[in-house]
Design a protein around this ligand. Structure first.
Ligand code: ARG
Length: 464
């Protein structure tokens, strides 16, 4: 069925129908399309286009269609044979089957342009809520993991080189912060999605005096859009969502990359759960981190979704253009990959265990405590650049003589350079330097314990 045709002498070519149809992807909007249409029927009643009885009749038909749509038979023919151009057309065809000519009134004053904007907003609103839940689940798993090894010391890296010792919970909480920002960003996005566009018509505003605030209230929207032309040409809210999805995927891909490395033989810090790893068809010993690799891999697809819609929208003349139909595959794909990746990451975090001896050995074998020694010198009055030079020479000599920090006694240090006083020798132990970093945001044990407790409180707050 078509929602147009009177002006044409010939129907669309088979190729064009196949090329332009969107039902195979926008069918996912059927529930929200029906919900929006029921609200629209009420709005039509208020402006006198439908009687109360007609409104009720249409609403009942819509609900019956919604129920039918859960059966496979409902979709037979519709998708494969291109019977309907899009989901909006399909729903109206089904409405005609049930309500006869009364169905011809439903599209009064409405365009698919404001209808599709409404549908995507309704769909995204629910999707964002589900994604927020999933994100909170991951954050909570990170906090639980941090609580499991509160005192474990690991190497922090810059340039993939051992940099400074940090507490393991400090590392995990760094990801907690990234995801906390992602949560805020998604909530911000939700605000921009939560605006009701119906009444905009094709682009000039509907020719019927709808109480748009009442429609918004009916559908649970916080407010109404302010300009009909803007509505018709706008997909900013979808791009906002894709941006939020992108940053979350970016954070997930970095976590995945870290853990792929940390669970490998070269690091040996983490043991991934059997349930999130796979074996090799030829190498019997393998336990591969496929779950994390796929999270990292899917990130590429979501970045692509963002670029695709961004470039589709670039330079479009006002207002609606059919190009915009290409928004939905991008939105759906990004939403699916994001939610799936968050869920996968949560299960990985829940089932991964730290082997604290290995990262501690990585710290002790290296000169990750060098900054702690230089800081100690600076605290005693040695200007930092001179302290840096002294410790740099100490590291150079140690590397030449294959000496580790623990090989240096207080006496040997004083002999190396008299600036080293007896009490500074304790900084060859990583735990000592960590204890000097007691400031908000630092890796000192008290600061980290507080940050961890705060994270739990914040989570409880965010879960409300
Ligand atoms: N399927 C279309 C879309 O998603 C609906 C809007 C069609 N509007 C139009 N003027 N052809 O964009």
């Amino acid at each position: 069925m078509k929602l147009w045709g009177g002006r044409f002498e010939a129907g669309p070519s088979e190729v064009f129908e196949r090329f332009s149809g969107s039902l195979h992807f926008d069918k996912r909007l059927i529930d929200v399309d029906i919900r929006g249409s029921i609200a629209y029927a009420s709005a039509l009643k208020h402006v006198g286009i439908l009687t109360t009885q007609e409104r009720d009749e249409l609403a009942a038909a819509f609900l019956a269609i919604q129920k039918d749509s859960q059966t496979p038979e409902f979709w037979q023919g519709a998708v494969d044979q291109g019977a309907d151009e899009d989901v909006h057309t399909l729903v109206i065809r089904k409405l005609k089957e049930r309500a006869g000519t009364l169905a011809d009134k439903i599209h009064t004053g409405r365009s698919r342009n404001d209808q599709v904007s409404l549908d995507i907003r309704l769909w995204l609103r629910e999707e964002i809520d589900a994604t927020l839940k999933e994100l909170l689940g991951l954050m909570s798993a990170l906090v639980d993991m941090a609580k499991r090894d509160p005192t474990a010391i690991v190497a922090g890296y810059t340039h993939t080189r051992r940099a400074q010792p940090v507490l393991w919970p400090h590392y995990l909480l760094a990801y907690f912060e990234m995801f906390a920002r992602d949560l805020e960003r998604l909530k911000e996005t939700r605000k921009r999605v939560d605006v009701m566009p119906l009444g905009s018509g094709a682009m000039a505003g509907s020719g019927f005096p709808f109480d748009r605030d009442a429609i918004a209230k009916d559908l649970g929207f916080a407010s109404i859009t302010r300009n009909s032309m803007d509505v018709s040409g706008d997909r900013d809210f979808a791009l906002d969502f894709l941006h939020a999805a992108n940053l979350t995927m970016l954070h997930l891909s970095r976590l995945a990359e870290d853990w792929i490395l940390y669970s490998g033989e070269e690091y040996g810090w983490l043991e991934l759960g059997d349930g999130v790893t796979s074996g090799s068809s030829i190498m019997p010993q393998k336990k591969n981190p496929d779950s994390l690799e796929l999270i990292r891999g899917k990130c590429g697809g979501v970045f692509g979704d963002y670029s695709a819609l961004f470039l589709t929208m670039k330079g479009l003349p006002m207002t609606y253009n059919r190009d915009m139909q290409e928004d939905k595959p991008r939105i759906f794909d990004a939403a699916d990959q994001l939610r799936g990746s968050l869920e996968m990451a949560r299960v990985v975090v829940e089932t991964t265990r730290l082997n604290p001896a290995r990262p501690l050995a990585a710290v002790e074998e290296s000169w990750a405590v060098a900054t702690d020694l230089a800081d100690a010198l600076a605290r005693s009055g040695v200007p930092f650049h001179q302290a840096h030079k002294i410790v740099g020479r100490l590291v150079l000599e140690s590397v030449r003589d294959s000496k580790k920090p623990a090989d240096w006694t207080a006496q040997a240090l004083a002999e190396f350079d008299p600036a080293f006083t007896a009490d500074m020798a304790r900084y060859v132990k990583p735990a000592e330097g960590i204890e000097t970093r007691e400031l908000p945001g630092g890796t000192g044990p008290k600061s980290v314990a507080k940050a961890l407790a705060d994270a739990s409180t914040r989570l409880a707050e965010m879960n409300k």
